[in-house]
Design a protein around this ligand. Structure first.
Ligand SMILES: *[C@@H]1O[C@H](CO)[C@@H](O)[C@H](O)[C@H]1NC(C)=O
Ligand SMILES: *[C@@H]1O[C@H](CO)[C@@H](O)[C@H](O)[C@H]1NC(C)=O
Ligand SMILES: *[C@@H]1O[C@H](CO)[C@@H](O)[C@H](O)[C@H]1NC(C)=O
Ligand SMILES: *[C@@H]1O[C@H](CO)[C@@H](O)[C@H](O)[C@H]1NC(C)=O
Ligand SMILES: *[C@@H]1O[C@H](CO)[C@@H](O)[C@H](O)[C@H]1NC(C)=O
Ligand SMILES: *[C@@H]1O[C@H](CO)[C@@H](O)[C@H](O)[C@H]1NC(C)=O
Length: 460
């Protein structure tokens, strides 16, 4: 060490400089606090309803937004697949030195997502064909890749492809799951464009098991441009639907004639052509209630039924076909897919997924009694969220509406001080924030250097 200033300094000066440094570091730490403040207590969902979590029918205010209820979620998963695709195209062209960004390895490394590989026999798939879920059918595409040139339209994102070449009696299909399995209550959004080739089922859903499941299922064979008919099947898989053989087309009868409160199945019609462009599909999984939306417009509300899930689960994107004429139809025609610009088979295109949710793990009591709800992240959350009422401690989730879709391009992750609300998934988190922003880390680092330095000066 050549830093021997103190050697010739009187003690009082040493003391002053030490005090100065302590003061300075205190100031820097104070500066660091507000940077950590944004969204530290989570993300706020505002619902136009008086009481969304009771069994009462939701009451929409006709005049304005004054009748709203808010729900808070602590965690987020946000993935902009179009940006992953752009990066992936860059690295493919070998002119990108952004070394740690998917330069090698698989596109989903360091993301929240895992493409699935498993095979279903015809019997398990309950169709004329089995299903072969293959990783290669879940892929990023951009205009830079020849397979993705969609008739001159600039598009980037993820595609889940259903192929027409039957392999060992199975249709090659696609599924992508979140790595995290602890999603208990939340609002989940996917920006998607559906294929117009008949014969596939595209699904965005939340899943725990076959009787704790929330589905949005699109059957491409049921889209009719002639009469502007674009249905979506909104399903809570329940014990009753399990008894009915999980055939969502023929749900178990229920005696509730109030359509808004149908416990487990609604066939809703979309107010737009879902194959003509990207739209936001949304599931709100709330305590005692599930809501479904398209571009922010509510399609259905399901409550007051044992079918409303209660467990933690995960999010799934799926595109499949098993030849069952009563549901997916298909397998789809390759020629029809090629005519739509999909050379390998019809593609479900996904631009983004955004999920704001609470994390939960169930720890079962040793005595085999009722499961105890315990959230592992609780201590971390309590230390991060000092005062939920503080300015910016809670961030409202921007909403897409039919009139204003600008929220589509909003990602909290683009603002490095806004993504504290996430726990690292097993295997690492992707484009989520990881706690502190780089800027705050630098400031905290500087503060610690100053503290150490002042301590060192005091010792001398
Ligand atoms: C957080 O970052 C945004 C820009 O990304 C900035 O506008 C805002 O002021 C920051 N908030 C705090 C509290 O520093
Ligand atoms: C999510 O967790 C936070 C923190 O514990 C809590 O304040 C909030 O009410 C929870 N949200 C729901 C919908 O239960
Ligand atoms: C699925 O079946 C195909 C064809 O028989 C086989 O090549 C593949 O390894 C199987 N995949 C899994 C995950 O078992
Ligand atoms: C799904 O999980 C719930 C809650 O643990 C359980 O009650 C139900 O029996 C399970 N359903 C199936 C089909 O395993
Ligand atoms: C639209 O037309 C198709 C047949 O062309 C029919 O099957 C379908 O039920 C119609 N949809 C509506 C909402 O009437
Ligand atoms: C509907 O009502 C009938 C007769 O009233 C009853 O037998 C049946 O169990 C009810 N179904 C459900 C799902 O409650």
């Amino acid at each position: 060490m050549t830093f021997r200033l103190s050697h010739h300094q009187p003690g009082s000066y040493r003391c002053q400089s030490a005090t100065l440094l302590v003061l300075l570091s205190w100031c820097i730490l104070q500066l660091a606090q507000p940077v950590l403040a944004d969204c530290e207590c989570g993300y706020l969902l505002r619902l136009p309803s008086a009481d969304p979590v009771s069994n009462a029918r939701s009451v929409s205010s006709s005049s304005s937004n004054d009748q709203t209820t808010t729900l808070l979620f602590t965690d987020l998963i946000e993935t902009d697949f179009s940006r992953l695709a752009a990066h992936s195209a860059d690295t493919n062209n070998n002119n990108n030195n952004n070394a740690n960004y998917h330069s090698q390895g698989r596109w989903w490394d360091n993301t929240d997502w895992i493409p699935q590989a498993f095979n279903l026999t015809r019997e398990r798939a309950r169709g004329q064909y089995g299903e072969m879920f293959a990783v290669d059918n879940v892929r990023l595409f951009s205009d830079d890749q020849s397979s993705a040139t969609k008739k001159g339209v600039t598009e980037e994102g993820l595609e889940l492809v259903v192929r027409s070449d039957i392999v060992d009696g199975m249709v090659p299909v696609a599924e992508l799951d979140t790595a995290r399995l602890d999603v208990r209550w939340g609002t989940f959004r996917a920006g998607m464009k559906l294929s117009s080739v008949p014969g596939t089922c595209a699904a965005f859903f939340w899943y725990f098991n076959d009787t704790q499941e929330i589905d949005m299922e699109f059957l491409t064979k049921d889209f009719h441009r002639s009469n502007n008919s674009y249905p979506v099947n909104l399903v809570l898989q329940s014990r009753e639907s399990a008894l009915a053989g999980f055939d969502a087309a023929h749900p178990a009868p229920n005696n509730n004639t109030n359509n808004n409160e149908n416990p487990n199945f609604v066939l809703a019609y979309l107010p737009f052509d879902p194959t003509a462009g990207f739209h936001e599909y949304r599931i709100d999984y709330l305590p005692d209630r599930v809501l479904f939306f398209a571009d922010g417009q509510q399609l259905a509300s399901m409550a007051g039924s044992a079918a409303v899930p209660t467990t933690p689960g995960h999010l799934i994107l799926q595109h499949w076909s098993n030849g069952n004429p009563l549901w997916s139809g298909g397998p789809p025609s390759l020629a029809a897919a090629k005519a739509q610009g999909d050379p390998d088979g019809p593609a479900l295109e996904v631009r983004y997924v955004k999920a704001y949710f609470n994390s939960s793990t169930i720890i079962r009591n040793d005595d085999g009694g009722e499961p105890q709800q315990k959230w592992e992240g609780e201590a971390e959350y309590n230390s991060r969220c000092r005062d939920p009422k503080a300015l910016n401690a809670v961030c409202e989730i921007p909403e897409v509406t039919p009139q204003d879709t600008s929220a589509v391009s909003w990602f909290f992750g683009d603002h490095t001080n806004m993504t504290h609300g996430t726990v690292q998934p097993p295997g690492g988190s992707g484009n989520n924030g990881d706690g502190e922003s780089d800027a705050s880390r630098v400031i905290m680092g500087m503060a610690w250097v100053a503290v150490l330095l002042s301590g060192w000066l005091m010792v001398l």
